[in-house]
Design a protein around this ligand. Structure first.
Ligand code: PGA
Length: 267
């Protein structure tokens, strides 16, 4: 089973519409000769339209960073699956640890009470993934353990638990669904997970997916690694057997760096 690697950039709360549009034009110029790899960018909501326009004629896919599960209604500030589809999104990140209120870096201004304003939990992640699939969007579901959970030896348990709850009741053909293993302690910290350990966890995740959605789906599904991916460490990550791509934060903001990461899939 060959799975086309997915190299996705999560811009988080960065870039205006004009900056985003300029960046993807620059990026496409750098990666257009590559084959056998799919690149995607996930700009903030306010830049989706401009970036969608700038991506016309390119093969870079567009993704959003979050979604609400209702189609429309009195939900101030939220964005529906229909809206994301309408604007040209193919992917949507679901359940990023920052939206679950699980931050890797100690930012003193983000107190535990403030973190919960983002509000994602296993149930909302499952609903969001379901809504995305029902509307023809491909969810990139994120799971990951905190440093405390890892140090307590609970990594595999935490990950399989998050995964089982996220996948509950989903009906998806393998390539419609993407899962990213993002250890919380590796996000934005410069502390990348050892590629062989990421590979081990991701291979374990594929077994969990098999149990939930069947062997065929599990073998088609792309499982990504995310957390402090850089042009320097991307080749070693992409060399691993079980890893089908990366979800990149900081290094995806720069066209040259992200292009170099995308090329690592092709090497
Ligand atoms: P990072 O973020 O690459 O900046 O560590 C990864 C992510 O949050 O997806």
């Amino acid at each position: 089973m060959t799975r086309i690697p997915l190299m996705a950039g999560n811009w988080k709360m960065n870039k205006t519409a004009a900056e985003g549009a300029a960046m993807v034009k620059d990026l496409w110029g750098r990666i257009q000769s590559l084959s056998g790899v799919e690149a995607a960018v996930c700009p903030p909501m306010t830049a989706l339209h401009a970036v969608a326009q700038a991506l016309q004629g390119s093969k870079i896919a567009l993704g959003a960073q979050d979604i609400f599960w209702k189609e429309k209604g009195a939900y101030t500030g939220l964005i529906s699956p229909l809206m994301l589809k309408d604007i040209g999104c193919k992917y949507v990140i679901v359940g990023h640890s920052e939206r679950r209120g699980r931050f890797g870096t100690a930012d003193a201004s983000m107190t535990p009470e403030l973190m919960t304003v983002f509000g994602d939990n296993d149930t909302t992640v499952n609903r969001k993934a379901q809504a995305a699939l029902e509307h023809g969007l491909r969810p990139i579901i994120c799971v990951g353990e905190t440093l405390e959970e890892r140090q307590a030896g609970n990594t595999d348990k935490v990950i399989s638990d998050q995964l089982q709850k996220a996948l509950q009741g989903l009906a998806a053909d393998g390539d419609e669904l993407v899962i990213a293993y993002e250890p919380v302690w590796a996000i934005g910290t410069g502390q990348v997970c050892d590629p062989t350990e990421a590979d081990r966890v991701i291979a374990m995740m594929r077994e969990v997916v098999k149990g939930c959605l069947g062997k065929e789906t599990a073998e088609k599904m792309r499982l990504l690694y995310g957390g402090s991916v850089t042009p320097e460490n991307a080749p070693a990550i992409m060399e691993q057997n079980a890893i089908d791509g990366v979800l990149v934060g900081g290094a995806s903001l720069d066209a040259e760096k992200f292009a170099s990461i995308v090329s690592a899939a092709n090497a």
